[in-house]
Design a protein around this ligand. Sequence first.
Ligand SMILES: [Zn+2]
Length: 243
Amino acid sequence: MNEERVTCMFCSAEDDLRSTAHVVPESLGGRNAPVGRPGVTCNACNQYFGQKVESKALRSFPFIGFRVLAGIPSKKGALPYTDTSIGAAHATGMPGIVELQPRDNEISCRVSAGEVSELRVVAEVTEPLAVCRMLLKIGLEQLGKHFYEVAISDRVLAARQFARRPGRGDRWWFILQSKPNEYVFGSEAPRDFSVEIVEREGVLVSALHMTGISSMIPLEPTALPPAAGELPEPEFRTIWAVC
Ligand SMILES: [Zn+2]
């Protein structure tokens, strides 16, 4: 590659280009996650996203369920857990194997006696703003990898601002499709990750696909969400994030 200048699309800082840039956070994709173009997001902005946005988003449905079942630790090495109807489900680090910590003694006894055969997980996006901003960043990173000039252009300025510095009252939407049955997988963490940038009716859209989870988010604010009834619920949900 030539010595072309790359400046951060979020803050215009110039970065050293030696660091690896993950399009999908490591705590989600592990080593299988797509890698972006170094410098498109500077180290300082990456750190900001990691601490203020991704750490929250990755503790929210549906990503937390995926991480618990895939056994993917956080960047600092902590294994994730999620609350269920009968206690906390902890990742063990082994894909497909989860350790249940029953909420009380009675539940514990009933689990040991084999009387409990299902557990329910709260399927609510508890952090819509953080999830939305993380999805935007993933899309913008992918755009920056292949179409850097577009990623730093005014066309996606509103998306960059909402991701990095949303203003009070600002809104953005995304579509989430979750199929939790898909991520009850075997002994190997799933490797499928793709982030595609497509143009739909003149609007740039980022589509993320991973095992059990798909999402679509417009990278331009002009797009309207699908009309009610257009996509079947509860498999598909249109979620508004409001700052
Ligand atoms: Zn930056």
